[in-house]
Design a protein around this ligand. Structure first.
Ligand code: FE2
Ligand code: FE2
Length: 306
């Protein structure tokens, strides 16, 4: 088999079967689904939102703790949900609630063949790295970049839990052909974890921007407009792989597409090339700072792994 060629082993039939599995996945929790709905309505008040969120005690507690984490740098203690909503803002709240729900949904059903601790380490690292890159490329979308980074490889998680045979076949070929996960998926499944993540995100009615960031995180240049978020995740993913944070099914680095950054404001050296070393350093510091924040999000994953 030539995994770099167009040989499509399992082909379209398999792709459709996987798509069907994704469509049968559990739906977005009711409280969060309702949140998405009412937050799109500009007349929604903080009190209405707070009342809705408080019906889910676990979610309320997590959002409060997140609002109080050093990551947001809010100087005084946020003790009520109303205040947390105001401080975080609707956009942050929306993306955080989505991120937390996804983690929650996939904390059961573990498959022994996959190292979930490493997976989430990679995902958290990518969340921090993507929002760090967003500061340079699209500062208004830092929180979306965080969640897009956190969930960028959710397609791998879905494959590992709901298409176990396909996942095992990909893993086997990644090591046999010493190549990267994405190329093997394309060659033997005909779909990639990026497509699967996008199907899932559509089903969960993620905001459009987030869906395309997940779908194009390996190929941001394929997006002719509004590619900033996908570019942030693409870059963030590359940075965490460089830093060796977590492990994500296959040791080979994903391909880095320089072209999408040609018109973007980034830290560059005197030759005009992206200054990766400076980004490496910055990421190191950001990861240290985000530690408690990530711990709050990760609660629930840890207990599933133990
Ligand atoms: Fe990926
Ligand atoms: Fe990744």
């Amino acid at each position: 088999m030539n995994v770099n060629g167009n040989t499509n082993f399992l082909g379209e039939v398999q792709a459709k079967r996987i798509a069907q599995n994704v469509l049968n996945l559990p739906t977005l929790p009711t409280v969060v689904a309702k949140m998405m709905q009412i937050m799109d309505d500009s007349r929604t008040t903080v009190a209405e939102l707070s009342q809705l969120i408080s019906s889910d005690q676990v979610l309320s507690a997590k959002l409060l703790r997140l609002a109080n984490s050093a990551y947001y740098g809010i100087p005084r203690k946020v003790s009520t949900l109303d205040l947390a909503i105001i401080m975080l803002g609707f956009e942050n709240l929306k993306t955080l609630a989505l991120g937390l729900s996804v983690i929650d949904r996939f904390s059961d059903n573990w498959n022994d063949a996959f190292d979930y601790t490493e997976f989430w380490e990679h995902a958290f690292g990518c969340a921090v790295a993507s929002s760090m890159v967003a500061r340079d490329i699209c500062p208004d979308n830092k929180s979306e970049a965080f969640v897009a980074g956190l969930l960028h490889d959710v397609g791998k998680l879905i494959l590992s839990q709901f298409a176990k045979r396909h996942f095992a076949a990909v893993i086997k070929n990644v090591s046999a052909y010493d190549t990267d996960f994405y190329s093997v998926e394309k060659a033997i499944l005909g779909v990639t974890h990026a497509d699967i993540a996008a199907w899932f995100a559509e089903k969960w009615q993620f905001p459009e921007k987030l869906i395309s960031a997940l779908q194009y995180h390996h190929t941001p240049a394929a997006l002719t407009k509004d590619n900033e978020l996908a570019a942030c995740v693409h870059f963030g993913d590359y940075l965490v792989r460089r830093a060796g944070v977590g492990f994500c099914a296959g040791k080979n680095m994903p391909e880095f597409d320089n072209s999408v950054f040609a018109d973007k404001q980034l830290m560059r050296n005197e030759l005009g090339e992206i200054n990766f070393l400076m980004y490496d350093e910055q990421l190191h510091l950001e990861l240290e700072e985000a530690d408690t924040f990530l711990n709050i999000i990760a609660r629930g994953i840890n207990h599933a792994i133990d």
